[in-house]
Design a binder for this molecule. Sequence first.
Ligand code: UD1
Length: 420
Amino acid sequence: MDKLIVQGGSKIQGKVKVSGAKNGSLALMPATILASGTYKLFNTPNLKDVWTFSRLLGSLGIFCELNDNELFIDSRGINSYEAPYELVKQMRASFYVLGPLVARYGKAKVSLPGGCAWGPRPVDLHLKGLEKLGATITVEKGYILAEAEKLKGAKFHFDISSVGATGNVLMAATLAKGNTLLTNAALEPEITALARMLVKMGAKIDGIGTSQLEIEGVDELKAVDETTIPDRIEAATYLIAAAVTEGEIELENVNPYHLATVIDKLEESGCEIDVNNDKIHLKMQGNPKPVDIITQVYPGIPTDIQAQWTTYMLKAEGVSKITEIIYPDRFKHVPELIRLGADIDVSDNFAIIKGGKKLSGASVMSSDLRASACLVIAGLIADGETEVHRIYHLDRGYEAMEKKLIALGANIRRAKTEII
Ligand code: UD1
Protein backbone atom coordinates (compact mmCIF):
# COMPACT_ATOMS: atom_id res chain seq x y z
CA MET A 1 0.00 0.00 0.00
CA ASP A 2 1.23 3.51 -0.79
CA LYS A 3 1.43 6.66 1.28
CA LEU A 4 2.20 10.24 0.35
CA ILE A 5 4.80 12.16 2.30
CA VAL A 6 4.07 15.87 2.13
CA GLN A 7 6.62 18.44 3.26
CA GLY A 8 4.83 21.57 4.42
CA GLY A 9 5.72 25.10 3.43
CA SER A 10 5.55 25.25 -0.36
CA LYS A 11 3.28 27.51 -2.37
CA ILE A 12 1.06 26.04 -5.08
CA GLN A 13 1.72 28.09 -8.18
CA GLY A 14 1.70 27.62 -11.93
CA LYS A 15 -0.57 26.20 -14.59
CA VAL A 16 -2.42 22.90 -14.42
CA LYS A 17 -4.70 21.13 -16.88
CA VAL A 18 -7.87 19.85 -15.29
CA SER A 19 -8.67 16.24 -16.18
CA GLY A 20 -11.95 14.81 -17.40
CA ALA A 21 -14.50 14.37 -14.64
CA LYS A 22 -14.40 11.06 -12.78
CA ASN A 23 -18.12 11.26 -12.08
CA GLY A 24 -18.70 12.35 -15.66
CA SER A 25 -16.98 9.29 -17.11
CA LEU A 26 -18.70 6.95 -14.68
CA ALA A 27 -22.06 8.26 -15.93
CA LEU A 28 -21.19 7.99 -19.64
CA MET A 29 -19.63 4.54 -19.54
CA PRO A 30 -22.81 2.58 -18.60
CA ALA A 31 -24.72 4.32 -21.42
CA THR A 32 -22.72 2.13 -23.82
CA ILE A 33 -24.82 -0.84 -22.66
CA LEU A 34 -27.86 0.79 -24.29
CA ALA A 35 -26.66 0.42 -27.89
CA SER A 36 -24.46 -2.18 -29.55
CA GLY A 37 -21.45 -0.68 -31.30
CA THR A 38 -18.13 1.08 -30.80
CA TYR A 39 -17.63 4.27 -28.83
CA LYS A 40 -14.77 6.67 -28.19
CA LEU A 41 -15.01 8.64 -24.97
CA PHE A 42 -12.48 11.48 -25.16
CA ASN A 43 -11.00 13.26 -22.14
CA THR A 44 -11.53 10.18 -19.96
CA PRO A 45 -9.37 10.45 -16.83
CA ASN A 46 -6.85 7.71 -16.30
CA LEU A 47 -7.73 6.68 -12.76
CA LYS A 48 -8.70 3.65 -10.74
CA ASP A 49 -12.48 4.11 -10.76
CA VAL A 50 -12.42 4.20 -14.57
CA TRP A 51 -10.35 1.00 -14.64
CA THR A 52 -12.77 -0.63 -12.19
CA PHE A 53 -15.75 0.39 -14.32
CA SER A 54 -13.93 -0.93 -17.41
CA ARG A 55 -13.46 -4.26 -15.63
CA LEU A 56 -17.13 -4.27 -14.70
CA LEU A 57 -18.15 -3.65 -18.32
CA GLY A 58 -15.58 -6.31 -19.29
CA SER A 59 -17.35 -8.81 -17.02
CA LEU A 60 -20.51 -8.15 -19.07
CA GLY A 61 -18.61 -8.88 -22.32
CA ILE A 62 -17.96 -5.23 -23.24
CA PHE A 63 -14.40 -4.47 -24.40
CA CYS A 64 -12.78 -1.31 -22.97
CA GLU A 65 -9.33 0.13 -23.66
CA LEU A 66 -7.98 3.41 -22.34
CA ASN A 67 -5.14 5.07 -24.27
CA ASP A 68 -4.03 8.65 -23.68
CA ASN A 69 -7.36 9.65 -22.14
CA GLU A 70 -9.30 8.17 -25.04
CA LEU A 71 -11.52 5.33 -23.88
CA PHE A 72 -12.50 2.91 -26.63
CA ILE A 73 -15.53 0.77 -25.85
CA ASP A 74 -16.94 -2.04 -27.99
CA SER A 75 -20.29 -3.16 -26.64
CA ARG A 76 -21.08 -5.59 -29.45
CA GLY A 77 -19.97 -8.64 -27.48
CA ILE A 78 -22.17 -8.10 -24.40
CA ASN A 79 -23.09 -11.53 -23.06
CA SER A 80 -23.99 -11.16 -19.39
CA TYR A 81 -26.44 -9.16 -17.31
CA GLU A 82 -24.73 -9.75 -13.96
CA ALA A 83 -22.55 -7.22 -12.10
CA PRO A 84 -20.58 -9.18 -9.48
CA TYR A 85 -20.09 -8.18 -5.84
CA GLU A 86 -16.25 -8.10 -6.17
CA LEU A 87 -16.49 -5.14 -8.54
CA VAL A 88 -19.60 -3.37 -7.22
CA LYS A 89 -18.20 -3.30 -3.67
CA GLN A 90 -15.16 -1.38 -4.93
CA MET A 91 -17.25 1.38 -6.38
CA ARG A 92 -20.84 2.42 -5.82
CA ALA A 93 -21.14 3.89 -9.29
CA SER A 94 -21.22 0.28 -10.56
CA PHE A 95 -24.92 0.39 -9.70
CA TYR A 96 -25.35 2.55 -12.81
CA VAL A 97 -25.44 -0.60 -14.97
CA LEU A 98 -28.78 -1.71 -13.49
CA GLY A 99 -31.05 0.61 -15.49
CA PRO A 100 -29.36 0.18 -18.90
CA LEU A 101 -29.19 -3.62 -18.53
CA VAL A 102 -32.85 -4.07 -17.65
CA ALA A 103 -33.90 -1.60 -20.36
CA ARG A 104 -31.95 -3.34 -23.09
CA TYR A 105 -31.99 -7.00 -22.02
CA GLY A 106 -35.06 -7.21 -19.79
CA LYS A 107 -32.93 -8.54 -16.98
CA ALA A 108 -30.20 -7.29 -14.67
CA LYS A 109 -28.52 -8.80 -11.63
CA VAL A 110 -26.40 -6.30 -9.74
CA SER A 111 -24.86 -6.70 -6.31
CA LEU A 112 -26.11 -4.26 -3.68
CA PRO A 113 -23.32 -1.73 -3.12
CA GLY A 114 -23.50 -1.60 0.71
CA GLY A 115 -22.49 1.37 2.86
CA CYS A 116 -19.41 3.52 2.63
CA ALA A 117 -16.96 5.29 4.90
CA TRP A 118 -19.38 8.07 5.74
CA GLY A 119 -22.46 6.00 6.52
CA PRO A 120 -25.28 4.26 4.69
CA ARG A 121 -25.91 5.25 1.09
CA PRO A 122 -29.26 3.80 0.06
CA VAL A 123 -30.30 2.87 -3.48
CA ASP A 124 -34.06 2.92 -2.84
CA LEU A 125 -34.68 5.73 -5.36
CA HIS A 126 -32.92 3.83 -8.15
CA LEU A 127 -35.15 0.84 -7.43
CA LYS A 128 -38.42 2.77 -6.99
CA GLY A 129 -37.81 4.59 -10.26
CA LEU A 130 -37.17 1.37 -12.17
CA GLU A 131 -40.22 -0.23 -10.53
CA LYS A 132 -42.30 2.71 -11.70
CA LEU A 133 -41.09 1.93 -15.23
CA GLY A 134 -42.46 -1.59 -14.78
CA ALA A 135 -39.42 -3.55 -13.60
CA THR A 136 -39.95 -6.27 -11.01
CA ILE A 137 -37.30 -5.95 -8.34
CA THR A 138 -36.27 -8.78 -6.02
CA VAL A 139 -33.37 -9.10 -3.60
CA GLU A 140 -31.55 -12.40 -3.67
CA LYS A 141 -28.41 -13.20 -1.66
CA GLY A 142 -27.18 -9.62 -1.70
CA TYR A 143 -28.06 -9.10 -5.35
CA ILE A 144 -30.80 -6.99 -6.89
CA LEU A 145 -32.60 -8.77 -9.67
CA ALA A 146 -34.54 -6.45 -11.98
CA GLU A 147 -36.74 -7.91 -14.67
CA ALA A 148 -39.15 -6.52 -17.24
CA GLU A 149 -40.21 -7.82 -20.62
CA LYS A 150 -40.37 -4.21 -21.80
CA LEU A 151 -40.12 -1.13 -19.60
CA LYS A 152 -43.04 1.29 -19.89
CA GLY A 153 -42.89 5.07 -19.62
CA ALA A 154 -44.24 6.53 -16.35
CA LYS A 155 -44.17 9.57 -14.09
CA PHE A 156 -41.64 9.42 -11.29
CA HIS A 157 -40.72 11.99 -8.65
CA PHE A 158 -37.36 11.68 -6.87
CA ASP A 159 -38.11 12.41 -3.19
CA ILE A 160 -34.44 13.40 -2.85
CA SER A 161 -32.44 14.79 -5.74
CA SER A 162 -30.02 11.95 -6.50
CA VAL A 163 -27.28 11.95 -9.12
CA GLY A 164 -27.02 8.18 -9.44
CA ALA A 165 -30.76 7.46 -9.34
CA THR A 166 -31.46 10.13 -11.97
CA GLY A 167 -28.77 8.68 -14.24
CA ASN A 168 -30.01 5.13 -13.79
CA VAL A 169 -33.71 5.84 -14.35
CA LEU A 170 -33.00 8.28 -17.20
CA MET A 171 -30.94 5.69 -19.09
CA ALA A 172 -33.65 3.06 -18.57
CA ALA A 173 -36.42 5.42 -19.72
CA THR A 174 -34.74 6.09 -23.09
CA LEU A 175 -35.64 2.56 -24.24
CA ALA A 176 -39.02 2.28 -22.44
CA LYS A 177 -42.26 2.17 -24.40
CA GLY A 178 -44.00 5.53 -24.23
CA ASN A 179 -43.30 8.72 -22.31
CA THR A 180 -41.59 9.21 -18.96
CA LEU A 181 -41.65 12.31 -16.80
CA LEU A 182 -38.94 12.58 -14.13
CA THR A 183 -39.34 15.36 -11.58
CA ASN A 184 -36.81 16.61 -9.03
CA ALA A 185 -34.16 15.10 -11.31
CA ALA A 186 -30.53 15.86 -10.44
CA LEU A 187 -29.09 19.01 -12.04
CA GLU A 188 -25.45 18.06 -11.64
CA PRO A 189 -23.41 18.77 -14.80
CA GLU A 190 -22.43 15.09 -15.03
CA ILE A 191 -26.12 14.16 -15.45
CA THR A 192 -26.71 16.92 -17.98
CA ALA A 193 -23.70 15.61 -19.91
CA LEU A 194 -25.10 12.08 -19.78
CA ALA A 195 -28.46 13.33 -21.11
CA ARG A 196 -26.65 15.09 -23.97
CA MET A 197 -24.80 11.89 -24.89
CA LEU A 198 -28.10 9.97 -24.81
CA VAL A 199 -29.64 12.50 -27.20
CA LYS A 200 -26.63 12.06 -29.52
CA MET A 201 -27.34 8.32 -29.36
CA GLY A 202 -30.89 8.97 -30.58
CA ALA A 203 -32.79 9.36 -27.30
CA LYS A 204 -35.60 11.91 -27.11
CA ILE A 205 -35.19 13.98 -23.97
CA ASP A 206 -36.68 17.39 -23.20
CA GLY A 207 -35.80 19.61 -20.25
CA ILE A 208 -32.07 18.83 -20.17
CA GLY A 209 -30.39 21.02 -17.55
CA THR A 210 -33.62 21.36 -15.56
CA SER A 211 -35.05 19.23 -12.77
CA GLN A 212 -37.90 18.02 -15.00
CA LEU A 213 -36.91 15.55 -17.70
CA GLU A 214 -39.40 14.32 -20.30
CA ILE A 215 -38.32 11.24 -22.18
CA GLU A 216 -40.05 9.74 -25.17
CA GLY A 217 -38.91 6.14 -25.39
CA VAL A 218 -37.36 4.92 -28.65
CA ASP A 219 -36.90 1.38 -29.99
CA GLU A 220 -33.16 1.58 -30.31
CA LEU A 221 -30.15 3.83 -29.85
CA LYS A 222 -26.85 4.03 -31.70
CA ALA A 223 -23.22 4.13 -30.57
CA VAL A 224 -21.51 7.55 -30.61
CA ASP A 225 -18.31 9.34 -29.62
CA GLU A 226 -18.42 11.80 -26.74
CA THR A 227 -16.13 14.03 -24.70
CA THR A 228 -16.14 13.91 -20.91
CA ILE A 229 -16.69 17.25 -19.18
CA PRO A 230 -13.88 18.72 -17.03
CA ASP A 231 -13.70 17.61 -13.41
CA ARG A 232 -15.16 20.44 -11.32
CA ILE A 233 -14.18 18.74 -8.06
CA GLU A 234 -10.56 18.27 -9.12
CA ALA A 235 -10.57 21.92 -10.25
CA ALA A 236 -11.94 23.12 -6.90
CA THR A 237 -9.36 21.00 -5.06
CA TYR A 238 -6.47 22.74 -6.87
CA LEU A 239 -8.03 26.17 -6.38
CA ILE A 240 -8.24 25.51 -2.64
CA ALA A 241 -4.68 24.12 -2.55
CA ALA A 242 -3.41 27.33 -4.17
CA ALA A 243 -5.54 29.57 -1.94
CA VAL A 244 -4.49 27.91 1.31
CA THR A 245 -0.79 28.11 0.43
CA GLU A 246 -1.13 31.77 -0.63
CA GLY A 247 -0.20 30.77 -4.15
CA GLU A 248 -1.28 31.65 -7.66
CA ILE A 249 -2.70 29.14 -10.09
CA GLU A 250 -4.18 28.96 -13.57
CA LEU A 251 -6.52 26.10 -14.30
CA GLU A 252 -6.85 25.09 -17.94
CA ASN A 253 -9.57 22.95 -19.55
CA VAL A 254 -12.11 23.83 -16.89
CA ASN A 255 -15.75 24.87 -17.09
CA PRO A 256 -15.98 27.93 -14.77
CA TYR A 257 -19.77 27.89 -15.04
CA HIS A 258 -19.81 24.56 -13.17
CA LEU A 259 -17.83 26.18 -10.34
CA ALA A 260 -19.75 29.43 -9.95
CA THR A 261 -20.70 28.96 -6.28
CA VAL A 262 -17.24 27.70 -5.33
CA ILE A 263 -15.67 30.73 -7.05
CA ASP A 264 -18.05 33.04 -5.12
CA LYS A 265 -17.01 31.49 -1.81
CA LEU A 266 -13.30 31.68 -2.67
CA GLU A 267 -13.71 35.36 -3.57
CA GLU A 268 -15.58 35.96 -0.32
CA SER A 269 -12.61 34.46 1.51
CA GLY A 270 -10.25 36.96 -0.13
CA CYS A 271 -8.99 35.28 -3.32
CA GLU A 272 -8.61 37.28 -6.51
CA ILE A 273 -10.16 35.27 -9.32
CA ASP A 274 -10.31 35.87 -13.07
CA VAL A 275 -12.33 33.70 -15.38
CA ASN A 276 -11.65 33.52 -19.09
CA ASN A 277 -13.44 30.91 -21.26
CA ASP A 278 -12.06 27.56 -20.09
CA LYS A 279 -9.51 29.04 -17.68
CA ILE A 280 -9.63 30.15 -14.07
CA HIS A 281 -6.85 32.22 -12.56
CA LEU A 282 -6.62 32.50 -8.76
CA LYS A 283 -4.25 34.52 -6.62
CA MET A 284 -4.27 34.62 -2.84
CA GLN A 285 -2.26 36.75 -0.45
CA GLY A 286 -2.53 36.39 3.30
CA ASN A 287 -4.92 34.31 5.35
CA PRO A 288 -8.48 33.71 4.17
CA LYS A 289 -11.44 35.31 5.89
CA PRO A 290 -13.66 32.77 7.65
CA VAL A 291 -16.44 31.74 5.25
CA ASP A 292 -19.29 29.36 6.12
CA ILE A 293 -20.51 26.82 3.60
CA ILE A 294 -23.59 24.62 3.33
CA THR A 295 -23.28 21.66 0.98
CA GLN A 296 -26.18 21.37 -1.40
CA VAL A 297 -27.17 19.79 -4.67
CA TYR A 298 -25.96 21.56 -7.81
CA PRO A 299 -25.58 24.50 -8.28
CA GLY A 300 -24.86 24.68 -4.52
CA ILE A 301 -21.53 23.90 -2.90
CA PRO A 302 -20.76 20.24 -3.66
CA THR A 303 -20.38 17.83 -0.76
CA ASP A 304 -17.29 16.58 -2.61
CA ILE A 305 -15.37 19.74 -1.69
CA GLN A 306 -16.51 19.92 1.93
CA ALA A 307 -13.40 18.18 3.31
CA GLN A 308 -11.03 20.37 1.28
CA TRP A 309 -12.89 23.51 2.41
CA THR A 310 -12.53 22.37 6.02
CA THR A 311 -8.76 22.34 5.57
CA TYR A 312 -8.88 25.77 3.92
CA MET A 313 -10.74 27.27 6.87
CA LEU A 314 -8.03 26.01 9.27
CA LYS A 315 -5.95 28.85 7.91
CA ALA A 316 -8.64 31.51 8.50
CA GLU A 317 -8.29 33.85 11.45
CA GLY A 318 -11.66 33.24 13.06
CA VAL A 319 -14.52 30.80 13.32
CA SER A 320 -16.32 29.25 10.37
CA LYS A 321 -19.12 26.73 10.11
CA ILE A 322 -19.63 23.90 7.66
CA THR A 323 -23.08 22.39 7.31
CA GLU A 324 -23.24 19.06 5.49
CA ILE A 325 -26.69 18.53 4.03
CA ILE A 326 -26.04 15.73 1.52
CA TYR A 327 -24.21 13.21 3.73
CA PRO A 328 -24.73 14.23 7.39
CA ASP A 329 -21.98 11.84 8.63
CA ARG A 330 -19.30 12.90 6.17
CA PHE A 331 -16.73 14.12 8.71
CA LYS A 332 -14.27 11.22 8.90
CA HIS A 333 -11.44 13.59 7.93
CA VAL A 334 -11.97 15.74 11.04
CA PRO A 335 -10.25 13.47 13.63
CA GLU A 336 -7.27 13.23 11.26
CA LEU A 337 -7.08 17.02 10.89
CA ILE A 338 -7.25 17.28 14.69
CA ARG A 339 -4.18 15.01 14.83
CA LEU A 340 -2.36 17.75 12.89
CA GLY A 341 -3.41 20.37 15.44
CA ALA A 342 -6.74 21.58 14.03
CA ASP A 343 -9.46 22.86 16.34
CA ILE A 344 -12.75 21.52 14.98
CA ASP A 345 -15.96 20.50 16.76
CA VAL A 346 -18.45 18.29 14.98
CA SER A 347 -22.00 17.88 16.12
CA ASP A 348 -24.91 16.54 14.14
CA ASN A 349 -24.26 17.54 10.56
CA PHE A 350 -22.10 20.56 11.12
CA ALA A 351 -18.52 21.38 11.97
CA ILE A 352 -17.27 24.49 13.74
CA ILE A 353 -13.72 25.35 12.78
CA LYS A 354 -11.61 27.64 14.91
CA GLY A 355 -8.98 28.67 12.42
CA GLY A 356 -5.54 30.16 12.83
CA LYS A 357 -4.00 27.31 14.87
CA LYS A 358 -0.57 26.11 13.77
CA LEU A 359 -0.61 22.65 12.19
CA SER A 360 2.29 20.28 12.63
CA GLY A 361 3.00 17.28 10.41
CA ALA A 362 1.97 13.79 11.60
CA SER A 363 0.81 10.47 10.20
CA VAL A 364 -2.82 10.56 9.13
CA MET A 365 -5.18 8.05 7.61
CA SER A 366 -7.42 8.66 4.59
CA SER A 367 -10.96 7.37 4.95
CA ASP A 368 -12.26 8.24 1.50
CA LEU A 369 -11.38 10.01 -1.71
CA ARG A 370 -12.06 13.64 -0.81
CA ALA A 371 -10.81 13.16 2.76
CA SER A 372 -7.48 12.07 1.24
CA ALA A 373 -7.34 15.28 -0.79
CA CYS A 374 -8.05 17.41 2.28
CA LEU A 375 -5.25 15.68 4.21
CA VAL A 376 -2.75 16.25 1.40
CA ILE A 377 -3.73 19.94 1.34
CA ALA A 378 -3.36 20.08 5.14
CA GLY A 379 0.14 18.61 4.71
CA LEU A 380 1.02 21.55 2.46
CA ILE A 381 0.43 24.02 5.30
CA ALA A 382 1.61 21.93 8.27
CA ASP A 383 5.07 22.34 9.75
CA GLY A 384 7.36 19.45 8.83
CA GLU A 385 6.29 16.18 7.24
CA THR A 386 2.79 14.77 6.99
CA GLU A 387 2.39 11.14 5.98
CA VAL A 388 -0.98 10.48 4.36
CA HIS A 389 -1.73 6.77 4.49
CA ARG A 390 -4.21 4.71 2.47
CA ILE A 391 -3.92 6.97 -0.54
CA TYR A 392 -5.44 4.29 -2.73
CA HIS A 393 -8.57 6.38 -2.14
CA LEU A 394 -6.84 9.29 -3.85
CA ASP A 395 -5.79 7.12 -6.78
CA ARG A 396 -9.46 6.21 -7.27
CA GLY A 397 -10.48 9.69 -8.25
CA TYR A 398 -7.62 12.11 -8.96
CA GLU A 399 -5.59 11.69 -12.13
CA ALA A 400 -1.88 11.98 -11.30
CA MET A 401 -2.51 14.20 -8.30
CA GLU A 402 0.95 14.12 -6.83
CA LYS A 403 2.57 14.71 -10.25
CA LYS A 404 0.34 17.73 -10.81
CA LEU A 405 1.05 19.08 -7.33
CA ILE A 406 4.81 18.56 -7.73
CA ALA A 407 4.68 20.46 -11.03
CA LEU A 408 2.92 23.24 -9.09
CA GLY A 409 5.75 23.43 -6.56
CA ALA A 410 4.66 21.02 -3.81
CA ASN A 411 7.20 18.84 -2.08
CA ILE A 412 5.52 15.43 -2.13
CA ARG A 413 6.73 11.91 -2.60
CA ARG A 414 5.08 8.52 -2.74
CA ALA A 415 6.41 5.65 -0.66
CA LYS A 416 5.37 2.18 0.42
CA THR A 417 3.73 1.92 3.80
CA GLU A 418 3.76 -0.82 6.37
CA ILE A 419 0.44 0.37 7.88
CA ILE A 420 -2.61 -1.49 6.59
C1 UD1 B 1 -22.78 11.11 -6.60
C2 UD1 B 1 -21.30 11.26 -6.78
C3 UD1 B 1 -20.62 11.57 -5.45
C4 UD1 B 1 -21.28 12.78 -4.77
C5 UD1 B 1 -22.78 12.60 -4.70
C6 UD1 B 1 -23.50 13.84 -4.19
C7 UD1 B 1 -20.86 9.79 -8.64
C8 UD1 B 1 -20.23 8.55 -9.12
N1 UD1 B 1 -20.77 10.02 -7.33
O1 UD1 B 1 -22.99 9.99 -5.75
O2 UD1 B 1 -19.24 11.84 -5.71
O3 UD1 B 1 -20.76 12.92 -3.46
O4 UD1 B 1 -23.31 12.30 -6.01
O5 UD1 B 1 -23.23 14.90 -5.03
O6 UD1 B 1 -21.36 10.58 -9.43
N2 UD1 B 1 -30.09 8.86 -1.74
C9 UD1 B 1 -31.16 8.16 -1.24
N3 UD1 B 1 -31.62 7.09 -1.98
C10 UD1 B 1 -31.08 6.72 -3.17
C11 UD1 B 1 -29.98 7.46 -3.66
C12 UD1 B 1 -29.51 8.52 -2.93
O7 UD1 B 1 -31.67 8.45 -0.18
O8 UD1 B 1 -31.55 5.76 -3.78
C13 UD1 B 1 -29.57 10.02 -0.98
C14 UD1 B 1 -28.12 9.84 -0.50
O9 UD1 B 1 -28.06 9.14 0.70
C15 UD1 B 1 -27.67 11.28 -0.39
C16 UD1 B 1 -28.42 11.99 -1.52
O10 UD1 B 1 -29.49 11.11 -1.87
O11 UD1 B 1 -28.08 11.83 0.84
C17 UD1 B 1 -27.60 12.27 -2.75
O12 UD1 B 1 -26.93 11.11 -3.15
P1 UD1 B 1 -26.66 10.81 -4.69
O13 UD1 B 1 -26.82 12.07 -5.46
O14 UD1 B 1 -27.48 9.64 -5.11
O15 UD1 B 1 -25.15 10.38 -4.68
P2 UD1 B 1 -24.44 9.35 -5.65
O16 UD1 B 1 -25.10 9.36 -6.99
O17 UD1 B 1 -24.28 8.05 -4.96
